[in-house]
Design a protein around this ligand. Structure first.
Ligand code: HEM
Length: 539
């Protein structure tokens, strides 16, 4: 028995004896029992106070703070709460503990320095246990299966390996820019439907993961993946499914009224299987016929395994590979949308970045990812996009594997950890005038920029494994847009500029809600260069 339970037991014992002896009127025993109770209860309270949870809003009996947990742009509410409760905010929903981290220092202390215990993921019953997403690296518990998948993905996207994908990223970025130049509405945020921009970013990932070339809107392989990702967002939406609050509901028979979630989950599971295995099986079949673009992640792993993989290694590869599309698609699109929103508001910054590209790259070619090293202002601008509005403002939730004490506060085992990255990236002590979009704040210094990417791409052992690759895609799209187009506001009937309101969607990966803009070619020459580059690809 630990000291906590021992003292609690003594207190209970004391109270029981007290009542018995009051009844039996044995004065000495009664006094002793009263004293035992008094000291035991005092000790217990002192112990609890010493190891109290972090502060947080007080909740209701049983449901705790369930009704206070914000659903709409929660990072803003959590940032407000930081003013009252501080760096760590504790919440309780039906006995489930949640802790929001509102400080860079605390996030580093816990998620980086103590990452062996802070790298789990919370339990998602609907998504993982019923709909088949539990196999995906992004939601897998910290353990051997996760380690096996992560190793494969990390080793395919190391800093030294990503240059082999540059030509694919540049080609798809140019196709994307050519498309939006023709019709800027393809970059306008829509709540439903797949945008052309999405298709091109997905094309990059499908190509480097499976060697598969996405063509046309009817491409079944990519459309299945889009559908599976859409289902994933719904399945992981906090509070969307009662079964996430009451896991025992998953055992109800399907015929029972009110269990439609079970049928939905069954459909989603099949679709998720198709989205993950069909591209892989396509690759395996076509590797033999030579109908696959090389290099790609899956082919490299199969070849390094001597052409045949064990069942376990194959499953790790399939699920690890399919995590790439989920991890890399909406995050990149969000970054591009935020870039457009910033350029509408800060035309002088756009002009400065264009001038840098003109001076370094010259008028006769398009920028390539290799130019990144010589374009510090463009690098700073992209970093400022990551900071100004991070694509994943609350990171992905981590979960704690064992009780932990931090600065005298108790963070209990199983606790869901929500890093409020948005708040950290808007901390005025670290980033003065944080709401201002100002690439100059980094002074062109990569160490300063890294302070942003170290937060925007996650923490510790869960840090985004696609980081180097993502930087390449974001650079390819943004530098090509800057080199060939100017993003300008639309005009209303009176010829006045329309600057759309800057609000963001809610959810795990967020987008600006309004991105209406015009994208004008900078000259006929840049337009022609773009068309030529798309037509004469070199791979
Ligand atoms: C702008 C682009 C991107 C951003 C902002 C971004 C950001 C993030 C963040 C914040 C996390 C959560 C880290 C954590 O839990 O601490 C994450 C995880 C992940 N990302 Fe990215 N990401 C991007 C692009 C990509 C790309 C291109 C890929 C794949 C090629 C990718 C694959 C993943 C995977 C598989 C995970 C889950 C890692 C795990 O649970 O161990 N991401 N990303």
């Amino acid at each position: 028995m630990d000291s906590d339970s021992f003292v609690t037991a003594s207190a209970i014992f004391g109270v029981v004896v007290l009542f018995r002896n009051v009844l039996e009127s044995s004065l000495l025993v009664t006094v002793l029992a009263a004293l035992t109770s008094f000291f035991a209860i005092r000790y217990t309270l002192a112990l609890r106070a010493r190891q109290a949870y972090p502060p947080g809003p007080s909740g209701w009996p049983i449901i705790g703070n369930a009704l206070q947990i914000p659903q709409v742009r929660p990072w803003l509410t959590y940032s407000e709460w930081a003013k009252t409760y501080g760096d760590l905010v504790h919440l309780d929903a039906f006995g489930e503990h949640l802790v929001v981290i509102n400080s860079i220092e605390v996030a580093k202390d816990l998620l980086d320095k103590r990452s062996t215990i802070y790298s789990d993921r919370p339990r998602f019953v609907m998504a993982c246990e019923l709909s088949g997403y539990g196999e995906e690296m992004v939601l897998l518990s910290y353990g051997d299966d996760w380690r096996a998948q992560r190793k494969l993905v990390v080793q395919s996207f190391t800093q030294s390996l990503v240059p082999r994908y540059y030509s694919i990223q540049e080609h798809e970025a140019r196709r994307l820019v050519q498309g939006v130049m023709r019709d800027p509405s393809t970059l306008v945020m829509q709540t439903k439907g797949v945008l052309m921009g999405h298709r091109r970013i997905a094309a990059i990932i499908m190509r480097v993961t499976y060697g598969y070339e996405v063509e046309g809107e009817k491409d079944k392989m990519i459309n299945t993946s889009f559908e599976a990702m859409d289902n994933f967002s719904q399945a992981t939406e906090p509070g969307a499914f009662m079964v996430d609050l009451i896991p025992a509901l998953k055992y109800l028979p399907e015929w029972m009224p009110g269990t439609s979630f079970l049928q939905i989950a069954k459909k989603w599971k099949q679709l998720e299987w198709d989205a993950s295995w069909v591209p892989y099986l396509w690759l395996k079949k076509n590797l033999k016929t030579g109908n696959v673009h090389l290099p790609n992640l899956c082919a490299t792993v199969i070849e390094s395994g001597g052409g045949e993989l064990s069942k376990e290694d194959e499953a790790a590869l399939v699920w690890g590979a399919s995590s790439g599309l989920g991890g890399g698609l909406d995050t990149n699109m969000s970054t591009i949308f935020t870039f457009c929103s910033a350029m509408l508001r800060y035309p002088h910054i756009q002009a400065k970045a264009q001038a840098e590209i003109d001076a370094v790259v010259g008028p006769d070619r398009l920028p390539s990812i290799k130019d990144r090293a010589s374009l510090p202002y463009v690098r700073s601008l992209i970093t400022e996009v990551f900071r100004w509005q991070p694509a994943i403002p609350l990171c992905l939730p981590h979960a704690l594997r064992q009780d932990d004490i931090y600065k005298g506060m108790l963070l209990p085992k199983g606790c869901v950890i929500i890093p409020n990255v948005w708040y950290m990236l808007h901390d005025p002590a670290e980033f003065p005038d944080p709401m201002e979009f100002r690439p100059e704040r980094f002074g062109g210094d990569d160490a300063e920029m890294q302070k942003v990417t170290d937060l925007a791409f996650g923490f510790g052992r869960r840090f985004c494994p696609g980081y180097h690759f993502a930087e390449g895609t974001a650079f390819a799209v943004i530098a090509t847009l800057l080199a060939t187009c100017t993003i300008v506001p639309k005009l209303d009937a009176q010829g006045k500029e329309i600057i759309p309101e800057l609000t963001y969607t809610s959810g795990t990966i967020v987008f600006p809600e309004h991105t209406e803009c015009d994208i004008k070619p900078r000259s006929e020459h840049t337009k022609a260069m773009l068309a030529e580059a798309v037509a004469n690809r070199e791979f």
